[in-house]
Design a protein around this ligand. Structure first.
Ligand SMILES: CC(=O)N[C@H]1[C@@H](OP(=O)(O)OP(=O)(O)OC[C@H]2O[C@@H](n3ccc(=O)[nH]c3=O)[C@H](O)[C@@H]2O)O[C@H](CO)[C@@H](O)[C@@H]1O
Length: 362
């Protein structure tokens, strides 16, 4: 009989990337694969676009906020509905295990899995654990972490440092194809700008203001986020994209320096591809501050420069880009020594070993 796995996680691509890295491995090994996500979240389009064979099942999702909003009154009802629907889906599938990448959508799925005694393994890619993962941590058999230091924030011995889990295609990117997609000549160095998977209004405005100056020295690839392209800016040397599913690694491989938010998956991808980074983490006013900690740890390792939003000025921004361009080789040397990541096939083997151990103990 085919073994079955249910993936969950979503809300932003950062909560889908590891799943997207692992799905092809489970496919190769003949598993029956299901994904439980929201009706409209980014996880739905990523899974349906890249893995049409995976059975995607939607459940209602209630957001967990740390601040007041009227929706805080209705969202608990959605969470309960999400739990009940997840439970009946899981009862029907009866998977060998659930792999959760976090985000709001994972809370009802993991809780329902626990109520049915289905083993759950979760993954945390940020330095400090996110709220959803913290809530479901007691329901899991193991929590895999990208950062070694994350274990100190999790009680007990369930945490397992695995490093970043990278999508297989990452090392197959071709600079030539990236240039072709953008219509660039390759004569100027390329600056890639990514405001996280959803785009960042702040970074988009920063680029807009500094575009004429930047274009004197660089060609620019700008990942603006869905619905954020400003068509008036389109010109020779400036290639804007909303969200790129295919060809992303051709574009990143073609780049010399990257300006980015500090979401964990993105920065580890840039590290693996040895792209010096200027990180502008999401402020602690708009988040739990996880990106600031991610960014600082990269700065300490000498892979990136960091400008916090509160310190961000156009002058400092241009100065830091110039610094990275000048010190590129030195930074890349440091990056090339970092091997703290897992290829998807290695992570597959690790997960299956874990799950066999758990099943034998049950
Ligand atoms: C606002 C928010 O909640 N941000 C969180 C979210 O960020 P976010 O969703 O931006 O997550 P990451 O930066 O970790 O990952 C983004 C992923 O999207 C991919 N990508 C991006 C652009 C594109 O056009 N195509 C594409 O495939 C990147 O290659 C990467 O794999 O999850 C991260 C990981 O938990 C957290 O650190 C962030 O704080």
């Amino acid at each position: 009989m085919k073994r079955k796995i249910v993936f969950t996680g979503g809300g932003s691509a950062g909560h889908v990337s590891v799943n997207a890295a692992l799905i092809p491995e489970f496919q190769k090994k003949g598993w029956d694969i299901f994904y439980i996500g929201s009706y409209e979240g980014i996880e739905r389009s990523i899974i349906n676009t890249n893995f049409p064979e995976v059975k995607y099942l939607s459940v209602p999702v209630g957001k967990l906020r740390r601040y007041f909003a009227w929706k805080n009154l209705s969202d608990p009802i959605l969470v309960i509905k999400g739990f009940l629907e997840s439970r009946s889906i899981l009862q029907e599938i009866n998977p060998d295990f659930i792999f959760s990448k976090g985000g709001f959508v994972s809370v009802p799925v993991v809780s329902a899995g626990r109520s049915l005694k289905i083993p759950v393994i979760i993954h945390e890619s940020d330095y400090t654990p996110g709220l959803a993962n913290k809530l479901v941590f007691p329901f899991s058999k193991a929590i895999c972490t990208t950062f070694k230091e994350t274990g100190q924030f999790l009680k007990g011995s369930k945490s397992l440092h695995v490093g970043a889990v990278l999508r297989e295609g990452i090392f197959q990117g071709e600079a030539r194809k990236g240039l072709e997609i953008c219509g660039f000549t390759g004569l100027k160095p390329i600056l890639a700008v990514m405001g996280g998977s959803l785009g960042s209004a702040k970074i988009n405005k920063l680029i807009e203001r500094n575009l004429p100056v930047l274009l004197e020295k660089y060609d620019i690839i700008h990942f603006c986020g869905k619905g954020n392209i400003n068509e008036a800016l389109r010109q020779a040397g400036y290639a804007p994209f909303e969200f790129v599913n295919k060809g992303l690694f051709d574009l990143v491989t073609a780049s010399s320096v990257v300006v980015s938010r500090a979401g964990s998956n993105s920065i580890f991808e840039f590290l693996a591809l040895e792209k010096p980074m200027l990180l502008i983490p999401l402020s602690s006013k708009a988040s739990r501050g996880d990106q600031i900690i991610n960014a600082k740890s990269f700065e300490k390792a000498g892979y990136s420069r960091v400008i916090e939003e509160e310190q961000l000025t156009d002058e400092l921004f241009l100065k830091e880009i110039a610094y990275l361009a000048q010190n590129r080789e030195q930074i890349q040397n440091r990056m090339s020594r970092n091997k703290e990541f897992k290829r998807s096939n290695e992570m597959y083997e690790l997960l299956v070993k874990q799950i066999d151990k758990i099943s034998a103990a049950q």
